[in-house]
Write a protein of this length. Structure first.
Length: 254
């Protein structure tokens, strides 16, 4: 079969033209970057695990009525998604202080926040995705006020649901980043969850030991990065059938 036309290559994923109009194929790479791409590396098997983890979380979210771009998994590294117009805003939710919040505001890592905090970042690599206020987003037309209301409502539901889901498998959802897109159907437009939800864009700590089970292991050279991603998948009950021996997965596209 002919190779699909590549539309976009990002830091951790590649998007290909889908098999039918309005669809795309999302391919998960093993590449990892941190600190605005200053640090680069490979986490063997990450793409296979993130494909599974994101599939699982998006399906569970779909079941509670959160619309997502996910259609179905195609193979070890690829999933079919609906083509959406990505809103250039990264929505971060925090339940426990960590990362840039701790650094900027001097709140020690691990401090439980009095309530969940939502932050926005303008999705722009050249500008290193600066933090912005809702005012900037609406003034510059990146999203309208209705879009923002929809995104916040969805984000809070996602946070509540995922917090419970992870707690059930002994993991604290410290913070995470989501992206949304506009899905056009006939004359309608809906805001749907897009991109991925995986240990690449969540902070996940073991509830008992607070051990990090996410990309911070790569960012901070803590070692056992693959093992941490695998452990998240194992606890969610979704390790690939082939088990840990075959995490590289097929390199060829369908
Ligand atoms: N995050 C992300 N992509 C980014 C920046 C942050 O997925 O470009 C996620 C990150 O994994 C964490 C949350 O958003 O779960 C909050 O990240 P933070 O602002 O603390 O930045 P960091 O410390 O990752 O630079």
């Amino acid at each position: 079969m002919a190779r699909r036309r590549q539309l976009y290559e990002g830091k951790a994923k590649i998007l290909f033209e889908g098999p039918e109009p309005g669809t795309l194929v999302q391919y998960f790479k093993d590449d990892a970057t941190a600190f605005n791409s200053q640090k680069k590396g490979t986490i063997t098997g990450k793409g296979v695990l993130n494909n599974r983890i994101s599939e699982y979380l998006m399906l569970r979210l779909g079941e509670i009525g959160v619309p997502t771009h996910f259609v179905r998994r195609l193979n070890m590294r690829e999933q079919l998604i609906r083509e959406v117009e990505i809103i250039p805003v990264e929505v971060v939710v925090r339940n426990v202080a960590a990362g840039s919040l701790s650094k900027r505001l001097g709140i020690p890592e691990g401090t439980r926040l009095p309530r969940s905090i939502i932050e926005y970042y303008y999705k722009n690599d050249a500008l290193q995705s600066p933090m912005v206020a809702e005012e900037h987003i609406t003034a510059f037309g990146w999203a309208g006020t209705q879009d923002m209301d929809d995104m916040v409502a969805l984000t809070l539901r996602i946070n509540d649901f995922l917090t419970g889901l992870f707690l059930g498998v002994g993991i604290t959802l410290v913070d995470f980043k989501v992206e949304f897109g506009r899905l056009y159907e006939n004359d309608d437009m809906r805001i749907v969850l897009a991109d991925e939800i995986s240990p690449d864009n969540c902070r996940l700590w073991d509830s008992k030991t607070n051990e990090k089970m996410d990309k911070d292991r790569f960012r901070r050279d803590l070692g056992k990065v693959e093992e941490a991603y695998q452990e998240v998948a194992r606890r969610l009950g979704i390790l690939p059938e082939a088990g840990v021996r075959d995490l590289k997965g097929p390199e060829t596209l369908q």
